[in-house]
Design a protein around this ligand. Structure first.
Ligand code: NAD
Ligand code: IPM
Ligand code: MN
Length: 362
């Protein structure tokens, strides 16, 4: 069996702390199962701005293209918030998604039974929730042209453009149907078709693609209602497919179903090339460098990498089982612990997961 090359981009804020724990999970799997992972580090985001003068150095793009998978921590922070667009950390993240064609962002929301009381939502609303948010990742408001700012006689005027091609909409919806078919066969397509032209085309194409999937139930839902339904009755959702910005917002909201934004992993996939794996949360500047961040979203992103890019389903399940075992044993980082309850550090949580993983792998 060949060596798998994995690009590791820790980024900013808590990025390096959480990525470290996830990398150690990969190293343990290699050791126990005899795999060979070649981990190559690259720069992205604010640290790349500081050291290379750009949030996405060419070398990082090359590294990612030459890898089997990419593991990313998080980017951004107040230090870089005042800069021009091309020197923003977030521009580096959007750039790498676009450069390797990662149009599909999978954000699974699964409730770990032992975390049901960690959520701000009521336990009976949460039991059994299992949602897959499928977010379009390389189109829409994030990438549409024109965009920018200009001075007019009446003051500053700004423009962002919500742009989609038929092709971009069709491929993400088709994937939504495929994923729903492999699950509970219910696809909720979220849009704002009562207002937006882009959403009206989205709906038309959804109807058209649905004809190829008679076994999948298609439901259209307006995004404002979807935001409400996610907390009213999240069990009604199986696969939720939506455009870039709606998916960004709804997935942070849905994170609270799991108990913490520190729990939600993601996989970003294209039609070819490496997949990119990252937690859905950001660089959490408010807790960076304190060794208190929850590393589980990043560790669960490693499970998605093992599954979707490395063909190691058994190892993926072992990682997920290890996380479950650690939570069942009552271990919590600060974001999950109740008030006054003891909490583990980032590194301690990583240690617990690896101890459990050793048992799950053998
Ligand atoms: P954030 O997700 O970084 O933090 C929101 C809140 O959640 C904060 O209180 C933070 O402490 C907490 N939090 C986040 N991750 C946590 C974890 N693993 N464990 C415990 N608590 C956690 O969002 P924000 O504060 O709006 O953004 C901060 C920066 O991160 C911004 O610069 C933003 O652009 C960037 N960002 C980057 C990504 C990414 O790299 N993919 C995603 C979102 C935001
Ligand atoms: C995410 C983040 C990014 C996004 C930002 C940092 C560009 O919020 O990965 O969810 O909006 O896609
Ligand atoms: Mn986000």
């Amino acid at each position: 069996e060949g060596v798998k090359r994995i690009a590791v981009l820790p980024g900013d804020g808590i990025g390096p702390e959480i990525t470290r724990e996830a990398v150690r999970v990969l190293e343990l799997i290699a050791e126990v199962r005899g795999h060979r992972f070649d981990l190559v580090y690259g720069k992205i985001g604010g640290i790349a701005v500081d050291e290379e003068g750009t949030p996405l150095p060419d070398e990082t793009v090359r590294l990612c293209r030459e890898s089997d998978a990419v593991l990313l921590g998080a980017v951004g922070g107040p230090k870089w918030d005042k800069g021009p667009t091309h020197l923003r950390p977030e521009t580096g993240l959007l750039g790498i998604r676009k450069a390797i064609g990662l149009y599909a962002n999978l954000r699974p929301i699964t409730v770990f039974p032992s975390l049901i009381h960690a959520s701000t939502l009521k336990p009976d609303v949460l039991a059994g929730v299992d949602i897959l948010i499928l977010r379009e990742l390389t189109g829409g408001l994030y990438f549409g042209q024109p965009r920018g700012r200009r001075q007019t006689a009446d003051g500053v005027e700004v423009v962002d453009t919500l742009q989609y091609s038929e092709h971009e909409i069709r491929r993400i919806l088709r994937l939504g149907f495929e994923l729903a078919r492999a699950r509970r066969k219910r696809l909720v397509s979220v849009d704002k078709a009562n207002v937006l032209e882009s959403s009206r085309l989205w709906r038309e194409i959804a109807e058209e693609v649905a004809r190829d999937y008679p076994d999948v139930e298609l439901v259209h839902m307006l995004v404002d209602n979807a935001a409400m339904q996610l907390v009213r009755n999240p069990r009604q959702f199986d696969v939720l497919v939506t455009e870039n910005m709606f998916g960004d917002i709804l997935s942070d909201e849905a994170a609270m179903i799991t108990g913490s934004i520190g729990m939600l992993p993601s996989a970003s996939l294209g039609s070819e090339g490496p997949g990119l794996y990252e937690p859905i949360h950001g660089s959490a500047p408010d807790i960076a460098g304190q060794n208190v961040a929850n590393p589980l979203a990043t560790i669960l992103s490693v499970a998605l990498m093992l599954r979707h890019s490395l063909g190691m389903e058994d190892e993926a399940r072992a990682v997920e089982a290890a996380v479950r075992a650690v939570l069942d044993a009552g271990h919590r980082t600060r974001d999950l612990a109740g008030p006054g309850e003891p909490a583990l550090t980032t590194a301690e949580m990583g240690d617990k997961v690896r101890a459990a993983l050793r048992a799950c792998l053998s």
